[in-house]
Design a protein around this ligand. Structure first.
Ligand SMILES: [Zn+2]
Length: 131
């Protein structure tokens, strides 16, 4: 089935892309004091893209899915950061990693001008790149 083969190639391409992205996201999260530590991106038994992560101070690993199929590294970084930010909220810091001074909402992971960034959802100001 050519269609199925094409889909496999897309998913494998996305997996490679996310495996590069996860290193960047892990470094960004660590630098900003996150408790959530992304480890790797993998395929589950249904070929869905999942991210494995650990929470600092806990031995147990968890995973989240499914990530959208993409071959765009910047989009992959933003998708991972967005998904894992929710887990950071669950740890109790609902404004992590902090928006513009005075804002109580969290920034959003977004691709702005082709680059993965933390962005203020209200003013649309780019706070920093995710790297
Ligand atoms: Zn803001």
């Amino acid at each position: 089935m050519p269609a199925s083969g094409d889909q496999d190639a897309l998913v494998l391409g996305a997996l490679e892309c996310y495996q590069r992205a996860v290193t960047r996201v892990a470094e960004d999260f660590a630098r900003r004091g996150a408790l959530v530590q992304p480890l790797d991106v993998d395929l589950d038994i249904l070929d869905a893209l999942i991210v494995r992560y650990r929470t600092r101070g806990e031995a147990r690993e968890s995973w989240l899915g499914s990530l959208p199929v993409t071959s765009d590294l910047e989009r992959a970084v933003a998708e991972l950061a967005d998904m894992l930010q929710e887990e950071e909220f669950d740890e109790g810091d609902i404004s992590w990693p902090g928006c513009t001074a005075g804002d109580t909402h969290p920034p959003t992971a977004a691709v702005v001008d082709g680059v993965a960034c933390w962005q203020c959802p209200r003013s649309r100001a780019v706070l920093s790149r995710i790297l």
